[in-house]
Design a protein around this ligand. Structure first.
Ligand SMILES: Nc1ncnc2c1ncn2[C@@H]1O[C@H](COP(=O)(O)OP(=O)(O)OP(=O)(O)O)[C@@H](O)[C@H]1O
Ligand SMILES: [Mg+2]
Length: 275
């Protein structure tokens, strides 16, 4: 790839799209500040993935999704398009028949999900992404399962990002509202200090106000230097904060471009954004 065709078109760096936040954010392997996208390969890419569940028919047909350093990439598409399947494939929960997955220029196609976590991947699945009978704090502790060092500082950082979780830390996660549960799920994934975060519908089932707040927090995480690859049903709002967007249809890429390009594309608007 030559140059960067997206130079002036970055969703998450457009500071007008989120509330100004006086407090510096502290989570992030990169230690704050915004990471610049490096020229060359994406930080994480599932490249031309083909595969399905077990011995079943292929669900993905040469599907590619990726995220660059310092960016937010959003995957949209109709129900059953294979968005979650593509995320699971990138996380190693599916055997690929074709294609490969690269993380920071390393081929991780054959690694187990656990080994991918060790390599720096954080994943929040679409469903069953918290332990409902455990407290909020126990959920965060579970998130730190691969760590042998002191993770109390990371927990404080998660509480700084999501203050409501600190207030509710002794409550069973199952008692929380939908938006608060999603914060627990994202917080849990941050406990491993991931180098990249994958979120499958982080705003599912929440009100528009809560959705906006969650997007703001997600942007904040991205600005600490953690690239974010995210599936979203709220396609229009998500593409507004996206540096790159992918539209998946029937397990294949239908459209790809910057968030702005997709929002401006007549076909994408008519077919996927309600006109
Ligand atoms: N565990 C599974 N075993 C077998 N088939 C599955 C499994 N999970 C999903 N599928 C099938 O794979 C296809 C794609 O499903 P997937 O969940 O990836 O779609 P999606 O785009 O995430 O949809 P949604 O917007 O509803 O979340 C569907 O036909 C679905 O029935
Ligand atoms: Mg899904």
């Amino acid at each position: 790839m030559s140059g960067n065709p997206y130079q002036d078109d970055r969703g998450n760096r457009d500071r007008s799209i989120t509330k100004p936040d006086g407090q510096g954010s502290v989570i992030g392997a990169a230690g704050g500040g915004k990471a610049q996208p490096a020229p060359g390969n994406p930080f994480l890419i599932g490249h031309e993935m083909t595969g399905g569940y077990g011995r079943g028919a292929d669900i993905l047909h040469g599907c590619t999704i990726a995220v660059e350093r310092g960016e937010i990439a959003v995957i949209v598409g109709p129900n059953g398009a294979g968005k979650s399947t593509a995320m699971k494939a990138v996380f190693g929960m599916l055997d690929l028949r074709k294609g490969h997955v690269m993380l920071d220029n390393e081929d991780i196609t054959r690694l187990s999900p656990q080994d991918r976590v060790v390599k720096g991947m954080g994943f929040v699945p679409q469903t069953h992404n918290i332990f409902t009978s455990m407290t909020v704090e126990e959920n965060l502790e579970m998130g730190a399962f691969i760590r042998r060092d002191d993770f109390s500082e990371t927990m404080e950082q998660v509480y700084h990002l999501f203050p409501i979780l600190k207030d509710k830390r002794r409550q069973a996660a199952g008692e929380l509202s939908g938006g608060q549960r999603q914060q627990v799920a994202v917080g849990r994934a941050l406990m491993t200090k991931p180098k990249v975060l994958m979120l499958d519908e982080p705003t599912a089932g929440v009100s528009p106000i809560v959705m906006d707040e969650l997007f703001d927090r997600i942007i904040e995480v991205a600005r600490t230097g953690i690239p974010i690859l995210m599936v979203e049903q709220n396609a229009r709002q998500a593409l507004e904060i996206a540096d790159k967007g992918y539209v998946l249809v029937q397990g294949a890429n239908a459209f790809a471009g910057t968030g702005k390009e997709l929002l401006a594309d007549d076909d994408v608007r008519k077919s996927f954004l309600g006109g």
